[in-house]
Design a protein around this ligand. Structure first.
Ligand code: HEM
Length: 162
């Protein structure tokens, strides 16, 4: 079964058919996709700024406990709404360059979250207040902000990409 055949099989799923033919499912899913985007990018931007060393009076540990659960909720909303949006026109989106770039960036995000959990999260208490985080943490913060901006740009470019 080649790639296009797999995409056709996905687009033929009953749930894909439902999203494709329902007058309200697609716009509602796109709306949730924006809610999720706001939670993920808004939360990560504020947290990464602090990880970069901005507003050092703020507790990094409290910020993580307060903000990261909302980021995870936003990611789950976008994973669910995104997969349903994708399935509704899998053949087109699967061959869409911007969507392929976005999916690759999302995979890289998964790796960076894994690295964050192992290399940064255990040390947050050491950098909690008035402490300048090490260069490695600052690099990750900058990389994370740029990665999410690239994902959002690629997402927006899906509608314009050949
Ligand atoms: C947190 C992660 C994600 C972010 C920040 C994100 C962001 C975006 C943005 C900004 C758009 C453009 C919306 C527009 O043009 O109005 C978009 C569209 C889209 N996203 Fe995502 N997305 C995420 C995850 C996903 C996932 C995991 C999938 C699927 C597996 C996905 C599938 C899509 C599809 C199919 C569209 C095109 C919708 C359309 O043009 O009608 N997204 N996304």
């Amino acid at each position: 079964m080649d790639g296009v055949a797999v995409l056709k099989a996905l687009a033929a799923l009953p749930i894909a058919e439902f999203v494709r033919t329902s007058p309200w499912a697609y716009p509602i899913l796109e709306t949730f996709h924006m809610f999720g985007l706001g939670l993920v990018f808004g939360g990560m931007f504020v947290f990464d700024l602090r990880l970069f060393g901005v507003h050092r009076e703020l507790s990094l540990v409290s910020l993580a406990h307060h903000i990261l659960p909302w980021v995870w909720l936003g990611f789950l909303i976008n994973l669910t709404s995104g997969i349903l949006l994708f399935l509704s026109d899998a053949v087109t989106f699967g061959q869409n360059l911007a969507f392929q770039i976005k999916s690759t960036l999302l995979a890289i995000t998964g790796l960076s979250v894994f690295w964050f959990q192992r290399q940064v999260f255990p040390h947050l208490a050491e950098w909690d207040r008035q402490t300048n985080p090490p260069k490695s943490a600052k690099r990750l913060a900058l990389f994370s902000i740029m990665l999410w901006m690239a994902i959002i740009t690629a997402g927006r470019m899906i509608a314009y990409s050949p």
